[in-house]
Design a protein around this ligand. Structure first.
Ligand SMILES: [Fe+2]
Ligand SMILES: [Fe+2]
Length: 356
């Protein structure tokens, strides 16, 4: 059998303490539309909000469980450090910096990361977010047809301690940006950066289990003693969009991630079709990975398993998609429930705080 290779990221699921506040930030400040308002199927008293592009395409989906009473999470080994969303270029990035800062949210950068330029901020729960440019891309320091072969040392001028922090902090768009213009619309997940305490073991896992390829071995520009490796769907010449996962290599006994508010709950990769998902399940079991049965999430079906460092992962089908229970033009406006929860609609609505 040819090896299964995921097409890339499907969605990321994070934890919010307040769904209305999360909606106001992602929809109204970042312009990422709500494509589904539903409840956590395993805990129907809690919202599950899905944001994404107008049709909820895999790779653009950001989802949130609302857990008002959960403790605050913390990044660490087995957890996600940050989520990066894509933007066209440095011009649109500076507009985002100005717009977000004008909403009272501190923004750092733009930092030259070599392969792209990045700004950073946090959402209202403390989840670290990045907005990263499309280019210049991963072929800037090694050939496009031989990515990930050798350790790449960045130019010292872009490392912490060498770069001009005051000049970077001062850069922004000169005018307020009250409207998100079409060229500013965020392009879905650029990459997700997580933390491991064993890069070799993690790399073997992501390559064998998910069919991702190592595309870059370098160091963290903000902590040069920490290695930073990148994986993606890569065919030997091009990278698939929305497919990059990066890992920081922490010391073996570094601190472990804690689940909770402001942290990522899990990362989902694309399984393709339902048939392909069954093959994925067999494949994971053949590697002695514990994997759940196929679970019906209405908009896709899912299987769950863990990376060796503890990170919770999912493989979700592309279909049937978000138009299965409401039309494309009005996604996310009303609470949608799966058929088995419809009889409890009144009780569920009474337990949820109304959203804007
Ligand atoms: Fe990043
Ligand atoms: Fe999920």
């Amino acid at each position: 059998m040819t090896q299964l290779r995921t097409a890339g990221l499907h969605h990321i699921t994070m934890v919010s303490a307040n769904a209305a506040r999360t909606l106001a930030f992602y929809r109204d400040v970042l312009g990422v539309g709500l494509v589904k308002r539903t409840v956590n199927f395993d805990d129907p008293g809690a919202y599950h909000l899905y944001f994404g592009d107008p049709t909820g395409s895999p790779g653009t989906l950001l989802t949130f469980f609302e857990w008002p009473h959960a403790p605050r999470g913390r990044w660490g080994i087995g957890g996600v450090h940050h989520l990066a969303l894509g933007t066209r270029d440095e011009e649109t990035q500076l507009k985002w910096k100005r717009r977000i800062a004008d909403h009272g949210v501190p923004v750092s950068g733009p930092y030259d990361r070599g392969y792209f330029t990045s700004i950073y901020f946090t959402d209202p729960d403390g989840q670290i977010l990045e907005i990263a440019t499309r280019g210049p891309g991963y072929a800037i320091d090694e050939p496009a047809d031989a990515l990930g072969r050798a350790m790449q040392q960045p130019s010292s001028s872009i490392l912490v301690g060498e770069r001009d922090e005051a000049a970077i902090a001062a850069r922004t768009h000169p005018e307020p940006v009250p409207v998100i213009t079409p060229e500013m619309v965020l392009e879905g997940m650029h990459h997700i950066s997580a933390i491991t305490n064993d890069l070799d073991r993690a790399g073997e896992f992501y390559e064998q289990a998910l069919g991702l390829s190592l595309i870059k071995k370098t160091i963290n520009r903000d902590a040069p003693d920490i290695p930073h490796y990148f994986w993606a769907r890569y065919d030997g010449s091009e990278l698939a969009p929305h497919s990059a996962l990066t890992l920081f290599g922490f010391p073996p006994r570094g601190h472990v991630a804690r689940e909770g508010v402001g942290q990522t709950h899990h990362i989902a990769f694309r399984a393709g079709s339902a048939d392909e998902q069954r093959a994925w399940r067999d494949h994971l079991q053949s590697l002695d990975i514990d994997v759940t049965p196929v679970l019906d999430r209405t908009y896709f079906t899912s299987i769950y398993f863990r990376a060796p460092d503890g990170l919770l992962l999912e493989l979700a089908t592309d279909g049937p998609g978000f138009m299965v229970d409401e039309p494309a033009g009005s996604l996310g406006r009303e609470l949608r429930l799966p058929s088995w929860l419809e009889p409890r609609r009144e009780e569920i609505l009474a337990s949820l705080t109304p959203l804007g």
